[in-house]
Ligand binder design. Sequence first.
Ligand code: GLA
Length: 399
Amino acid sequence: MPPLERAPDVDYEAVRGLLRTYEETFGSRDGLRCARAPGRVNLIGEHTDYNGGFVMPMAVDRDVRVFFRATERGPVRLWSENYGQWDEFDLDSIERNDRQGWSNYPRGVALALQDAGCTLQPIEGLVYGDVPIGAGLSSSAALEVATARAFCAAAGVQLDSKELARLCQRAENRFVGVNCGIMDQFVSIHAERERALLLDCRSLEHELLPLDTSAVRVVVCNTMVHHELGSSAYNERRARCEEAARMLNERVGGISQLRDVTPEMLAEHGRVLDKVTLKRARHVVSENRRTIMAAEALKARDYEAFGRLMDESHESLRRDFEVSCAELDLMVKLARQRSGVLGARMVGAGFGGCTVNLVRRDRADRVADGIRAAYLRATGIEPEVYQFLAVSGATVERC
Ligand code: GLA
Protein backbone atom coordinates (compact mmCIF):
# COMPACT_ATOMS: atom_id res chain seq x y z
CA MET A 1 0.00 0.00 0.00
CA PRO A 2 1.56 3.40 -0.88
CA PRO A 3 2.04 5.71 2.12
CA LEU A 4 -1.03 7.87 2.51
CA GLU A 5 0.48 11.08 3.75
CA ARG A 6 3.09 11.39 1.01
CA ALA A 7 4.03 15.00 0.22
CA PRO A 8 2.34 16.14 -2.97
CA ASP A 9 5.30 17.67 -4.80
CA VAL A 10 8.53 15.95 -5.71
CA ASP A 11 10.21 14.22 -2.79
CA TYR A 12 13.89 14.71 -3.63
CA GLU A 13 15.04 12.12 -1.12
CA ALA A 14 13.05 9.52 -2.98
CA VAL A 15 14.36 10.54 -6.40
CA ARG A 16 18.03 10.76 -5.45
CA GLY A 17 18.72 7.71 -7.63
CA LEU A 18 17.15 9.48 -10.63
CA LEU A 19 19.28 12.57 -10.08
CA ARG A 20 22.37 10.38 -10.01
CA THR A 21 21.27 8.70 -13.23
CA TYR A 22 20.78 12.15 -14.76
CA GLU A 23 24.31 13.15 -13.87
CA GLU A 24 25.77 9.91 -15.21
CA THR A 25 23.75 10.21 -18.42
CA PHE A 26 24.20 13.89 -19.21
CA GLY A 27 27.50 14.63 -17.47
CA SER A 28 26.27 17.31 -15.07
CA ARG A 29 23.30 18.46 -13.04
CA ASP A 30 23.92 22.19 -13.22
CA GLY A 31 20.76 24.20 -13.71
CA LEU A 32 18.60 21.11 -13.48
CA ARG A 33 14.85 21.57 -13.06
CA CYS A 34 11.99 19.16 -12.61
CA ALA A 35 8.58 19.43 -14.28
CA ARG A 36 6.02 17.14 -12.68
CA ALA A 37 2.45 16.44 -13.73
CA PRO A 38 0.06 14.06 -11.96
CA GLY A 39 -2.22 11.33 -13.27
CA ARG A 40 -5.91 11.49 -12.41
CA VAL A 41 -8.89 9.49 -11.37
CA ASN A 42 -12.30 10.62 -12.53
CA LEU A 43 -14.86 10.47 -9.72
CA ILE A 44 -17.84 10.93 -12.03
CA GLY A 45 -18.66 12.33 -15.48
CA GLU A 46 -17.42 9.65 -17.91
CA HIS A 47 -17.45 10.10 -21.69
CA THR A 48 -18.96 13.54 -21.25
CA ASP A 49 -15.91 15.74 -21.88
CA TYR A 50 -15.89 15.44 -25.68
CA ASN A 51 -19.63 16.14 -25.61
CA GLY A 52 -19.05 19.55 -24.04
CA GLY A 53 -20.37 18.28 -20.70
CA PHE A 54 -19.28 18.00 -17.07
CA VAL A 55 -16.58 15.89 -15.40
CA MET A 56 -15.29 15.64 -11.85
CA PRO A 57 -11.75 14.24 -11.65
CA MET A 58 -9.04 14.69 -9.02
CA ALA A 59 -5.27 14.49 -9.51
CA VAL A 60 -3.61 11.52 -7.79
CA ASP A 61 -0.30 11.16 -6.00
CA ARG A 62 1.32 9.38 -8.93
CA ASP A 63 3.03 11.54 -11.53
CA VAL A 64 5.39 11.89 -14.46
CA ARG A 65 8.57 13.89 -13.92
CA VAL A 66 10.84 15.38 -16.49
CA PHE A 67 14.26 16.38 -15.12
CA PHE A 68 15.55 18.80 -17.72
CA ARG A 69 17.98 21.53 -18.78
CA ALA A 70 17.82 23.83 -21.77
CA THR A 71 20.64 23.42 -24.28
CA GLU A 72 21.89 26.03 -26.72
CA ARG A 73 21.68 23.92 -29.85
CA GLY A 74 21.34 20.38 -31.12
CA PRO A 75 18.42 18.02 -30.96
CA VAL A 76 16.03 17.46 -28.07
CA ARG A 77 17.44 14.45 -26.19
CA LEU A 78 15.22 12.52 -23.81
CA TRP A 79 15.98 9.39 -21.84
CA SER A 80 13.00 7.35 -20.62
CA GLU A 81 13.89 5.66 -17.37
CA ASN A 82 10.71 3.54 -17.59
CA TYR A 83 11.38 2.16 -21.05
CA GLY A 84 15.17 2.29 -21.01
CA GLN A 85 15.09 4.12 -24.36
CA TRP A 86 16.49 7.30 -25.92
CA ASP A 87 14.56 9.68 -28.10
CA GLU A 88 16.19 12.40 -30.17
CA PHE A 89 14.51 14.86 -32.50
CA ASP A 90 15.08 18.26 -34.06
CA LEU A 91 12.58 20.94 -33.19
CA ASP A 92 12.35 22.09 -36.80
CA SER A 93 11.46 18.68 -38.28
CA ILE A 94 9.28 16.73 -35.88
CA GLU A 95 7.93 13.44 -37.16
CA ARG A 96 6.16 10.48 -35.59
CA ASN A 97 8.33 7.78 -34.07
CA ASP A 98 6.56 4.52 -34.78
CA ARG A 99 9.14 2.38 -32.98
CA GLN A 100 8.69 4.01 -29.55
CA GLY A 101 5.14 4.92 -28.61
CA TRP A 102 6.09 7.10 -25.63
CA SER A 103 8.25 9.38 -27.83
CA ASN A 104 5.20 10.68 -29.64
CA TYR A 105 3.88 12.49 -26.57
CA PRO A 106 6.87 14.85 -26.13
CA ARG A 107 7.17 15.17 -29.91
CA GLY A 108 3.48 15.97 -30.33
CA VAL A 109 3.58 18.49 -27.53
CA ALA A 110 6.65 20.28 -28.93
CA LEU A 111 4.96 20.46 -32.33
CA ALA A 112 1.67 21.76 -30.89
CA LEU A 113 3.50 24.45 -28.90
CA GLN A 114 5.43 25.58 -31.98
CA ASP A 115 2.32 25.54 -34.16
CA ALA A 116 0.74 27.85 -31.59
CA GLY A 117 3.59 30.31 -32.14
CA CYS A 118 5.90 29.43 -29.22
CA THR A 119 9.63 29.62 -29.89
CA LEU A 120 11.16 26.62 -28.15
CA GLN A 121 14.69 25.74 -27.18
CA PRO A 122 16.11 22.22 -27.24
CA ILE A 123 16.22 20.39 -23.93
CA GLU A 124 17.94 17.32 -22.59
CA GLY A 125 15.94 15.41 -20.04
CA LEU A 126 15.24 12.28 -18.10
CA VAL A 127 11.62 11.15 -18.01
CA TYR A 128 10.27 8.97 -15.24
CA GLY A 129 6.70 8.21 -14.21
CA ASP A 130 4.92 6.07 -11.64
CA VAL A 131 1.38 6.50 -13.00
CA PRO A 132 0.29 2.95 -13.93
CA ILE A 133 0.38 2.75 -17.73
CA GLY A 134 -2.76 1.74 -19.66
CA ALA A 135 -4.84 1.65 -16.48
CA GLY A 136 -7.19 4.56 -17.21
CA LEU A 137 -5.29 6.90 -14.85
CA SER A 138 -4.00 9.22 -17.60
CA SER A 139 -0.33 8.46 -17.72
CA SER A 140 -0.42 9.93 -21.26
CA ALA A 141 -1.81 13.29 -20.17
CA ALA A 142 0.72 13.40 -17.32
CA LEU A 143 3.55 12.84 -19.82
CA GLU A 144 2.16 15.50 -22.17
CA VAL A 145 1.73 18.10 -19.46
CA ALA A 146 5.10 17.42 -17.81
CA THR A 147 6.98 17.73 -21.12
CA ALA A 148 4.95 20.80 -22.13
CA ARG A 149 5.83 22.51 -18.85
CA ALA A 150 9.48 21.56 -19.31
CA PHE A 151 9.60 22.99 -22.87
CA CYS A 152 7.85 26.19 -21.78
CA ALA A 153 10.08 26.69 -18.74
CA ALA A 154 13.25 26.01 -20.73
CA ALA A 155 12.33 28.63 -23.34
CA GLY A 156 10.80 31.15 -20.92
CA VAL A 157 7.40 30.77 -22.62
CA GLN A 158 4.42 31.95 -20.57
CA LEU A 159 1.18 30.32 -21.61
CA ASP A 160 -2.28 30.62 -20.17
CA SER A 161 -2.98 27.38 -18.28
CA LYS A 162 -6.18 26.66 -20.22
CA GLU A 163 -4.34 27.17 -23.48
CA LEU A 164 -1.66 24.77 -22.27
CA ALA A 165 -4.32 22.12 -21.57
CA ARG A 166 -5.80 22.63 -25.05
CA LEU A 167 -2.40 22.31 -26.73
CA CYS A 168 -1.63 19.08 -24.88
CA GLN A 169 -5.02 17.70 -25.92
CA ARG A 170 -4.30 18.75 -29.50
CA ALA A 171 -0.99 16.87 -29.39
CA GLU A 172 -2.84 13.70 -28.44
CA ASN A 173 -5.63 14.23 -31.00
CA ARG A 174 -3.48 15.13 -33.96
CA PHE A 175 -0.11 13.55 -33.33
CA VAL A 176 -0.85 10.46 -31.24
CA GLY A 177 -4.22 9.88 -32.94
CA VAL A 178 -6.57 9.48 -29.98
CA ASN A 179 -9.58 11.76 -30.21
CA CYS A 180 -9.70 12.36 -26.43
CA GLY A 181 -11.47 15.22 -24.67
CA ILE A 182 -9.87 17.82 -22.42
CA MET A 183 -10.47 16.34 -18.96
CA ASP A 184 -7.15 14.61 -18.35
CA GLN A 185 -4.85 17.41 -19.44
CA PHE A 186 -6.98 20.04 -17.70
CA VAL A 187 -6.99 18.36 -14.31
CA SER A 188 -3.28 17.50 -14.50
CA ILE A 189 -2.68 21.27 -14.71
CA HIS A 190 -5.43 22.79 -12.55
CA ALA A 191 -5.95 20.30 -9.70
CA GLU A 192 -5.61 21.32 -6.06
CA ARG A 193 -4.70 19.38 -2.97
CA GLU A 194 -7.65 17.69 -1.22
CA ARG A 195 -10.04 18.92 -3.87
CA ALA A 196 -12.06 17.36 -6.65
CA LEU A 197 -12.39 19.52 -9.77
CA LEU A 198 -15.78 20.10 -11.36
CA LEU A 199 -15.15 21.13 -14.96
CA ASP A 200 -17.50 22.46 -17.58
CA CYS A 201 -15.71 21.08 -20.63
CA ARG A 202 -17.32 23.61 -22.95
CA SER A 203 -16.51 26.87 -21.19
CA LEU A 204 -13.59 25.44 -19.17
CA GLU A 205 -15.05 27.13 -16.10
CA HIS A 206 -14.19 25.04 -13.10
CA GLU A 207 -14.81 24.77 -9.42
CA LEU A 208 -12.68 23.07 -6.76
CA LEU A 209 -14.76 21.04 -4.32
CA PRO A 210 -13.57 19.80 -0.91
CA LEU A 211 -12.89 16.11 -0.54
CA ASP A 212 -12.96 15.41 3.17
CA THR A 213 -10.33 12.69 3.64
CA SER A 214 -11.17 12.43 7.34
CA ALA A 215 -14.53 10.97 6.24
CA VAL A 216 -13.90 9.14 2.96
CA ARG A 217 -11.12 7.58 0.93
CA VAL A 218 -10.80 7.12 -2.82
CA VAL A 219 -9.84 3.49 -3.41
CA VAL A 220 -8.86 2.57 -6.96
CA CYS A 221 -8.68 -1.06 -8.11
CA ASN A 222 -6.70 -2.02 -11.19
CA THR A 223 -8.14 -5.04 -13.03
CA MET A 224 -4.71 -5.43 -14.72
CA VAL A 225 -6.46 -6.12 -18.02
CA HIS A 226 -6.54 -3.88 -21.05
CA HIS A 227 -8.63 -4.99 -24.00
CA GLU A 228 -7.25 -3.94 -27.35
CA LEU A 229 -10.61 -2.71 -28.57
CA GLY A 230 -9.93 0.44 -26.50
CA SER A 231 -8.90 3.26 -28.82
CA SER A 232 -10.96 2.27 -31.89
CA ALA A 233 -14.07 1.87 -29.72
CA TYR A 234 -13.32 5.25 -28.12
CA ASN A 235 -13.18 7.07 -31.45
CA GLU A 236 -16.32 5.19 -32.58
CA ARG A 237 -18.27 6.23 -29.45
CA ARG A 238 -17.25 9.81 -29.98
CA ALA A 239 -18.38 9.81 -33.62
CA ARG A 240 -21.70 8.24 -32.59
CA CYS A 241 -22.30 10.98 -30.00
CA GLU A 242 -21.62 13.66 -32.59
CA GLU A 243 -24.06 11.97 -34.93
CA ALA A 244 -26.71 11.91 -32.18
CA ALA A 245 -26.27 15.63 -31.56
CA ARG A 246 -26.55 16.36 -35.30
CA MET A 247 -29.77 14.39 -35.67
CA LEU A 248 -31.38 15.87 -32.58
CA ASN A 249 -30.40 19.30 -33.79
CA GLU A 250 -32.20 18.71 -37.10
CA ARG A 251 -35.29 17.87 -35.11
CA VAL A 252 -35.15 20.39 -32.24
CA GLY A 253 -32.56 23.05 -33.16
CA GLY A 254 -30.06 24.80 -30.89
CA ILE A 255 -27.99 21.66 -30.24
CA SER A 256 -24.31 21.66 -31.10
CA GLN A 257 -23.25 18.88 -28.70
CA LEU A 258 -25.05 16.36 -26.47
CA ARG A 259 -24.37 18.79 -23.64
CA ASP A 260 -27.30 20.81 -24.98
CA VAL A 261 -29.74 17.90 -24.64
CA THR A 262 -31.74 17.38 -21.43
CA PRO A 263 -33.14 14.00 -20.34
CA GLU A 264 -36.65 15.39 -20.98
CA MET A 265 -35.76 16.44 -24.51
CA LEU A 266 -34.27 13.02 -25.21
CA ALA A 267 -37.41 11.30 -23.90
CA GLU A 268 -39.52 13.37 -26.27
CA HIS A 269 -37.37 13.33 -29.43
CA GLY A 270 -35.10 10.30 -28.96
CA ARG A 271 -37.08 8.27 -31.48
CA VAL A 272 -35.26 10.06 -34.33
CA LEU A 273 -32.18 8.06 -33.29
CA ASP A 274 -31.58 4.37 -33.98
CA LYS A 275 -31.58 2.06 -30.99
CA VAL A 276 -27.82 1.99 -30.37
CA THR A 277 -27.32 5.74 -30.88
CA LEU A 278 -30.17 6.42 -28.48
CA LYS A 279 -28.48 4.32 -25.81
CA ARG A 280 -25.19 6.19 -26.27
CA ALA A 281 -26.96 9.53 -26.04
CA ARG A 282 -28.92 8.41 -22.99
CA HIS A 283 -25.69 7.68 -21.14
CA VAL A 284 -24.13 11.05 -21.92
CA VAL A 285 -27.25 13.07 -21.15
CA SER A 286 -27.92 11.28 -17.85
CA GLU A 287 -24.23 11.34 -16.85
CA ASN A 288 -24.13 15.11 -17.21
CA ARG A 289 -27.07 15.42 -14.85
CA ARG A 290 -25.51 12.94 -12.40
CA THR A 291 -22.27 14.91 -12.36
CA ILE A 292 -24.05 18.15 -11.47
CA MET A 293 -25.96 16.32 -8.74
CA ALA A 294 -22.73 14.75 -7.46
CA ALA A 295 -21.20 18.22 -7.12
CA GLU A 296 -24.15 19.28 -4.96
CA ALA A 297 -23.76 16.12 -2.88
CA LEU A 298 -20.06 16.77 -2.35
CA LYS A 299 -20.71 20.35 -1.25
CA ALA A 300 -23.27 19.04 1.24
CA ARG A 301 -20.83 16.28 2.33
CA ASP A 302 -23.55 13.80 1.48
CA TYR A 303 -21.28 10.91 0.55
CA GLU A 304 -24.10 8.35 0.43
CA ALA A 305 -25.78 10.35 -2.31
CA PHE A 306 -22.46 10.74 -4.11
CA GLY A 307 -21.87 6.98 -3.93
CA ARG A 308 -25.32 6.19 -5.33
CA LEU A 309 -24.61 8.43 -8.31
CA MET A 310 -21.32 6.59 -8.90
CA ASP A 311 -23.21 3.28 -8.91
CA GLU A 312 -25.72 4.64 -11.41
CA SER A 313 -22.88 5.94 -13.57
CA HIS A 314 -21.41 2.45 -13.80
CA GLU A 315 -24.74 0.91 -14.76
CA SER A 316 -25.20 3.50 -17.47
CA LEU A 317 -21.67 2.94 -18.84
CA ARG A 318 -22.23 -0.81 -18.81
CA ARG A 319 -25.74 -0.97 -20.21
CA ASP A 320 -26.06 2.08 -22.46
CA PHE A 321 -22.57 3.18 -23.42
CA GLU A 322 -21.25 -0.41 -23.44
CA VAL A 323 -17.64 0.37 -22.56
CA SER A 324 -17.32 -1.87 -19.50
CA CYS A 325 -16.02 -5.45 -19.56
CA ALA A 326 -16.32 -8.60 -17.44
CA GLU A 327 -13.32 -7.75 -15.24
CA LEU A 328 -14.55 -4.21 -14.50
CA ASP A 329 -18.05 -5.47 -13.72
CA LEU A 330 -16.61 -8.10 -11.41
CA MET A 331 -14.39 -5.57 -9.61
CA VAL A 332 -17.41 -3.30 -9.10
CA LYS A 333 -19.52 -6.19 -7.83
CA LEU A 334 -16.84 -7.30 -5.37
CA ALA A 335 -16.63 -3.76 -4.02
CA ARG A 336 -20.36 -3.34 -3.61
CA GLN A 337 -20.51 -6.50 -1.47
CA ARG A 338 -18.34 -4.86 1.20
CA SER A 339 -19.54 -2.69 4.01
CA GLY A 340 -18.16 0.84 3.97
CA VAL A 341 -18.24 1.08 0.15
CA LEU A 342 -20.48 4.01 -0.77
CA GLY A 343 -20.14 3.77 -4.53
CA ALA A 344 -18.17 1.91 -7.21
CA ARG A 345 -17.73 2.44 -10.93
CA MET A 346 -15.35 1.91 -13.83
CA VAL A 347 -13.11 4.85 -14.64
CA GLY A 348 -11.71 6.35 -17.85
CA ALA A 349 -12.30 5.18 -21.40
CA GLY A 350 -13.21 1.59 -20.40
CA PHE A 351 -12.50 -1.94 -21.71
CA GLY A 352 -10.16 -2.58 -18.79
CA GLY A 353 -8.10 -0.49 -16.43
CA CYS A 354 -9.44 0.62 -13.08
CA THR A 355 -12.53 1.06 -10.96
CA VAL A 356 -12.93 3.92 -8.50
CA ASN A 357 -14.64 3.44 -5.15
CA LEU A 358 -15.72 5.90 -2.52
CA VAL A 359 -15.16 4.24 0.84
CA ARG A 360 -15.68 5.27 4.45
CA ARG A 361 -12.31 6.15 5.85
CA ASP A 362 -12.39 3.69 8.74
CA ARG A 363 -13.17 0.79 6.38
CA ALA A 364 -10.76 1.68 3.57
CA ASP A 365 -7.90 -0.70 4.46
CA ARG A 366 -10.24 -3.61 5.07
CA VAL A 367 -12.13 -2.95 1.84
CA ALA A 368 -8.90 -2.68 -0.17
CA ASP A 369 -7.58 -5.99 1.23
CA GLY A 370 -10.93 -7.71 0.77
CA ILE A 371 -11.33 -6.70 -2.87
CA ARG A 372 -7.76 -7.67 -3.65
CA ALA A 373 -8.17 -11.16 -2.22
CA ALA A 374 -11.59 -11.73 -3.78
CA TYR A 375 -10.52 -10.62 -7.28
CA LEU A 376 -7.44 -12.81 -7.11
CA ARG A 377 -9.58 -15.77 -6.03
CA ALA A 378 -12.08 -15.21 -8.83
CA THR A 379 -9.69 -14.50 -11.72
CA GLY A 380 -6.24 -15.74 -10.75
CA ILE A 381 -5.01 -12.19 -11.46
CA GLU A 382 -3.36 -10.20 -8.66
CA PRO A 383 -4.89 -6.72 -8.88
CA GLU A 384 -3.21 -3.50 -7.73
CA VAL A 385 -5.27 -1.51 -5.25
CA TYR A 386 -4.39 2.11 -4.47
CA GLN A 387 -5.64 4.61 -1.93
CA PHE A 388 -5.01 7.90 -3.63
CA LEU A 389 -4.67 11.37 -2.16
CA ALA A 390 -5.93 14.35 -4.15
CA VAL A 391 -2.85 16.42 -5.01
CA SER A 392 -2.09 19.69 -6.77
CA GLY A 393 -1.54 20.04 -10.50
CA ALA A 394 1.69 20.41 -12.50
CA THR A 395 4.70 22.28 -11.11
CA VAL A 396 8.21 23.20 -12.23
CA GLU A 397 10.89 23.36 -9.55
CA ARG A 398 14.67 23.75 -9.36
CA CYS A 399 16.39 20.62 -8.11
C1 GLA B 1 -10.18 9.04 -21.68
C2 GLA B 1 -10.02 10.37 -22.40
C3 GLA B 1 -10.80 11.47 -21.69
C4 GLA B 1 -12.25 11.05 -21.43
C5 GLA B 1 -12.31 9.66 -20.81
C6 GLA B 1 -13.73 9.15 -20.69
O1 GLA B 1 -9.58 9.11 -20.43
O2 GLA B 1 -8.65 10.72 -22.48
O3 GLA B 1 -10.73 12.66 -22.43
O4 GLA B 1 -13.00 11.12 -22.60
O5 GLA B 1 -11.56 8.71 -21.54
O6 GLA B 1 -14.44 9.92 -19.79
